[in-house]
Design a protein around this ligand. Structure first.
Ligand code: PEP
Length: 258
C-alpha cells in the first residue's frame, strides 16, 4: 500500500519569513490532525528556515522547489543539495515552469543529475513530468511523458527509484483551472510513468513508486484523483496558498479510507 503524498508548491509566493510563518501557523493544527498522508510544504528558499522552525516537532515535511546537482562552486544564485540536506526532506526537480524557461539548465540530463544528487543527500526528489497542450493535441502524451520518465531515472538502481516521487503534471492543466480528467490522468500515469519504470527496472519497483497528479487540483476535485488506482496524491500550486489546503489534505485521507 503506497502512502499518499500531498506536496504544496508555493512557487514565488509567501516568500518573507513573516507571511510564511503566519500562513503555516493558520494551517498547522488542521494538517497535523490528518493521519495517513505525507504532507510536504515547499516554500521559496527565503522562507525555508522560518517555516522549518514553525514545523519543528510536527510530521509535516519541508521541501525545496529546486536545487543544483553540484555540491558547491561557481553557480551564482543556486542552492546545492548539501545546503538543503538535514532540514529539508524533499525537493521538487524538473517543474515545467523551469523546464519551459531554462531549457538548458533544466534539460533531461540536468534533471537526472538533480534527482541522483538529491538521493545522495537523503532528499526525496519529486520529479515533475508532463506534456504541453500541442503535444497533448497531437496524441504524443505517452511518448513525451514516457521519455521524460526514462531520462529522469536513467542510471539509477531499483532501490533508488523506489525512494523517488513522480508528479505527472500536464502543462495545460497547471494554473488554468482546467484539471485533467482523473481517468485520463490515471491512464497516462499507468502507461507513461509506471510502464517505462517497469521496463527499465521491474513491475514491483514500478508499483512501489508514488506518483502524484498535479494541475488545478483543489479540495473539491482531489478525491476523484486519489480514488484512481495509480494516483497517490497531488502536487498542488494555487490551492496550497489558502487555508482550504487543509480541506484538500483531509479529502485525500478520506478518499484513502482514513
Ligand atoms: C504546479 O505548479 O505544480 C501546480 C500543479 O499548480 P496548480 O495547482 O496551481 O495548477
Amino acid at each position: 500500500m503506497r502512502v499518499p503524498v500531498v506536496a504544496a508548491n508555493w512557487k514565488m509566493n509567501l516568500g518573507t519569513g513573516h507571511e510564511a510563518v503566519e500562513f503555516v501557523r493558520s494551517i498547522r493544527r488542521g494538517l497535523q490532525a490528518v493521519e495517513g498522508v505525507e504532507i510536504v510544504l515547499c516554500p521559496p528558499y527565503t522562507a525555508l528556515s522560518a517555516v522549518a522552525e514553525v514545523l519543528g516537532g510536527s510530521h509535516i515535511a519541508l521541501g525545496a522547489q529546486d536545487m543544483h546537482w553540484e555540491e558547491k562552486g561557481a553557480h551564482t544564485g543556486d542552492i546545492s543539495p548539501a545546503m538543503l540536506a538535514g532540514w529539508c526532506r524533499h525537493v521538487i526537480v524538473g517543474h515545467s515552469e523551469r523546464r519551459a524557461t531554462r531549457s538548458e539548465a533544466e534539460s533531461d540530463v540536468a534533471i537526472n543529475r538533480k534527482a541522483k544528487a538529491a538521493l545522495a543527500h537523503d532528499l526525496v526528489p519529486i520529479v515533475c513530468v508532463g506534456e504541453n497542450v500541442e503535444q497533448n493535441d497531437a496524441g504524443q502524451t505517452e511518448t513525451v511523458v514516457g521519455g521524460q520518465v526514462s531520462a529522469a531515472f536513467a542510471g539509477m538502481d531499483a532501490a533508488q527509484v523506489s525512494r523517488c516521487v513522480v508528479a505527472y503534471e500536464p502543462i495545460w492543466a497547471i494554473g488554468t483551472g482546467k484539471a485533467a480528467s482523473p481517468a485520463e490522468a490515471n491512464r497516462t500515469i499507468n502507461l507513461a510513468v509506471r510502464g517505462p519504470l517497469a521496463q527499465a527496472f521491474d513491475e514491483p519497483t514500478a508499483q512501489r513508486v508514488r506518483v502524484l497528479y498535479g494541475g488545478s487540483v483543489n479540495a473539491a476535485n482531489i478525491g476523484s484523483f486519489v480514488e484512481m488506482p495509480d494516483i497517490d496524491g497531488a502536487l498542488v500550486g494555487g490551492a496550497s496558498l489558502t487555508p482550504d489546503f487543509v480541506k484538500l489534505v483531509e479529502a485525500v485521507a478520506k478518499a484513502r479510507g482514513k
